[in-house]
Write a new protein. Structure first.
Length: 233
């Protein structure tokens, strides 16, 4: 990510933005396969390519000053990777929960005192954040379903990782229980019955190790793919 400010390198901010927009349009036209006239299908593909780029950095709507178009801050348009979208999704979910808590805290206030925050404004902001979250979830799910990895889709790989985690937990718990972990390991009286493992601890440990290895491999594949795949619209 490049951090630029208005007038950087002696060039007006608008010119830099126009330069990046033109570069993106050229890239998308090459990707679509045409540089001039577009049919309907190609036009749709071109629009989808444009929408695969996101705004990075502070942004406010352009205003007019002395009859001229002004931009208050610069932005850079970049293609978003799936991993970046996942980070944004997690951040949006976290912000929504924080806004929920703040809204609840400000929903009532003592008579004669001003509330610390406007509950209505917080509620409206939460609605906007949840709208962004919904859009990210849709796009992430669509990208996962369309991305092919290791003979299946990324969605398949995610399901495999989730189940491998559950399998590893089940087998590890069974091994711990059979080994008597967390239990009294000796008899206080001769009359007490001896506890005998119903499962082979060594075999369960071996299975747990195999599952842990598979889990690491699948997780590595998913993480690598997340940084290689562009987010779909």
């Amino acid at each position: 990510m490049v951090d630029l400010s208005d007038g950087h390198a002696g060039r007006p901010g608008g010119n830099l933005i126009d330069h990046h927009v033109a570069s993106i349009d050229h890239h998308c036209r090459v990707e679509v396969g045409t540089a001039r006239s577009l049919d309907h299908a190609q036009d749709e593909r071109l629009q989808a390519c444009h929408q695969a780029f996101v705004v990075v950095g502070p942004w406010r709507e352009p205003s007019r000053q002395n009859g001229k178009r002004q931009r208050s801050s610069l932005v850079i348009l970049v293609r978003m990777k799936l991993a970046e979208a996942l980070a944004l999704r997690a951040d949006a979910a976290r912000r929504a929960e924080q806004l929920r808590a703040r809204t609840v805290a400000s929903a009532r206030y003592q008579e004669g005192e001003a509330p610390a925050e406007s509950a209505a404004a917080l509620l409206a902001e939460a609605g906007e954040v949840l709208g962004e979250l919904e859009s990210l979830i849709r796009r992430v799910n669509r990208t996962n379903a369309a991305t092919v990895v290791d003979g299946g889709t990324l969605t398949d790989a995610l399901a495999r990782r989730d189940v491998l985690r559950l399998r590893h937990r089940v087998v590890s718990s069974a091994a711990d229980a059979a080994a008597g972990e967390g239990q009294r390991g000796f008899r206080q009286l001769r009359s007490e019955l001896k506890m005998i493992p119903a499962l082979s601890v060594a075999e369960l440990r071996r299975q747990a190790d195999d599952l842990a290895r598979l889990l690491r491999e699948v997780d590595t594949l998913i993480q690598r793919t997340n940084w290689e795949v562009d987010l779909l619209d």
